[in-house]
Write a protein that binds this ligand. Structure first.
Ligand code: ADP
Ligand code: MG
Length: 421
């Protein structure tokens, strides 16, 4: 991966207008439609905004929020309005944040006109314009031109969207001097480090719901891993290949042949492949908040009762996985080990996160990729201390779910490629 140009390399940007693409696609409370329930993505962006302001630029921030379905060229759906985000950003920065009720319309253009060095303007939701995500390159180019006309420089810092060939990510970058922000820099650096030049042994921890969601990731990581540990829902298709009774656990029958191939490749490449030795089961997919009522016990993984479903890795598996993780120099983790959303099946995921903490303390570089995996370490507690995990417990927690997966697949990301052109 080519090194990306930074803001510093732009030289003097005093008085310049910077168009900054960020990922402020934050969760907003369904009850009141305005409370931001997790502002992590806004906080993660503050260093870049501060750097631009300190350099004397004015900053025009653009992002999408949710998936509004515009019928016409620009349509406001208030549930997807960025007004609450402008307010939150204002509180976090202690700098007044102007808000435009459109993106390239009259309000935005007027406010851009008035914008002075050190000031911030947030544009309304990019996806109110259908041109933002259009497959029609001409339509995107037209929208891109209007966005570019408002600024002197483009800074790409929405890592969560760099895998998308959207107007504000890709097309705009071709029209202005374009560099990456601090967040994109940090993401690309961390992910490139584990993929291109990892300290060894390199351990890959996989989980999540389906094998079929992760085929590309598995294929690519099979090329570089020393150890692969498989938990989560995808583990049961692996266990089925071994001929185990997996009860009613998640099975993707159409992936059996593919998984057979993975097991074969791991053998040929001398990769240590660990599957769950034991699992925590339930009678059915947990319906209650805690899942406790459905908790049916722990079984060795080749003797899961026919009417039971595996929802987490068991204690013996946690021990085996932790031992491999703690003796690694690099750990890439994607996919929760169980249904961590329910506390009765969160133990395996906490145990893996806790093992990553130990590995880092022993000098390993640890990376968490994937939206749910990153969410898990924000929700769960360290299973030894009983305290929440902190950002510093891991070398890098990726902010881009889909983008980090595509990175791990080894796919070129359009929003990154366009910056190195
Ligand atoms: P990521 O977003 O980190 O890539 P995924 O989206 O692949 O992760 O998977 C996350 C989901 O996998 C979670 O919602 C979790 O409940 C589910 N999951 C984990 N283990 C199991 C299991 N044994 N059976 C069913 N679903 C599971
Ligand atoms: Mg997910």
């Amino acid at each position: 991966m080519a090194t990306l140009k930074t803001i510093k390399e732009l030289g003097d940007i005093r008085g310049k207008k910077v168009l900054l693409r960020v990922d402020f696609n934050v969760p907003i409370s369904k009850t009141d439609g305005k409370t931001i329930t997790d502002d992590g993505r806004i906080r993660a962006e503050l260093p870049t905004i501060k750097e631009l302001l300190a350099a004397g630029a004015s900053v025009i921030i653009m992002t999408h929020l949710g998936r509004p379905k515009p019928q016409s060229a620009f349509e406001v759906e208030s549930e997807f309005s960025l007004a609450p985000v402008a307010k939150r950003l204002n509180e976090l920065l202690n700098v007044s944040v102007e808000f435009a009720t459109d993106t390239v319309g009259e309000d935005a253009r007027n406010k851009v006109e008035m914008l002075k060095s050190g000031q911030i303007l947030l544009l309304e939701n990019l996806r109110f314009n259908q041109a933002e995500t259009s497959k029609d390159a001409l339509q995107r180019a037209e929208f891109a031109q209007k966005l570019a006309d408002m600024a002197d420089i483009f800074v790409s810092d929405g890592f969560g969207v760099v895998h998308r060939k959207h107007t504000s990510v890709y097309d705009v970058a071709k029209l202005l001097p374009a560099v990456s922000g601090k967040l994109v820099q940090k993401e690309v650096e961390a992910l490139s480090k584990v993929m291109d030049n990892p300290g060894r042994p390199l351990t890959v921890v996989l989980g999540g719901s389906k094998v079929s969601d992760k085929l590309g990731v598995i294929v690519n990581l099979l090329k570089i891993a020393d150890n692969i540990l498989v938990g989560g829902g995808m583990a049961y298709t692996f266990l089925a290949v071994l001929g185990y009774e997996i009860g009613t656990s998640l099975l993707e029958a159409d992936q059996i042949e593919t998984v057979k191939g993975y097991i074969q490749q791991a053998k040929e490449r001398n990769i240590k492949l660990l599957l769950p030795a034991d699992v925590v089961v339930a009678k059915e997919f947990p319906a209650s908040e805690t899942g406790d009522a459905e908790l049916e016990g722990v079984f060795v993984s080749d003797a899961i009762p026919a009417d039971k479903m595996g929802l987490d890795i068991g204690p013996e598996t946690r021990k085996q996985f932790a031992q491999v993780i703690e003796n690694s120099k690099t750990v890439i983790w994607n996919g929760p080990a169980g249904v961590f959303e329910k506390s009765a099946y969160a133990g395996g995921t906490s145990a893996i996160a806790t093992a990553l903490v130990h590995a880092k303390l022993k000098g390993a570089f640890t990376v968490i990729g994937g939206g749910d995996s990153a969410a898990a370490v924000r929700i769960l507690d360290n299973c030894e201390t009983g305290k929440p995990f902190s950002e510093d417990d891991f070398s890098h927690i990726s902010t881009g779910g889909g983008a980090s997966l595509e990175f791990l697949e080894g796919i070129a990301l359009p929003g990154i490629e366009v910056l190195s052109e």
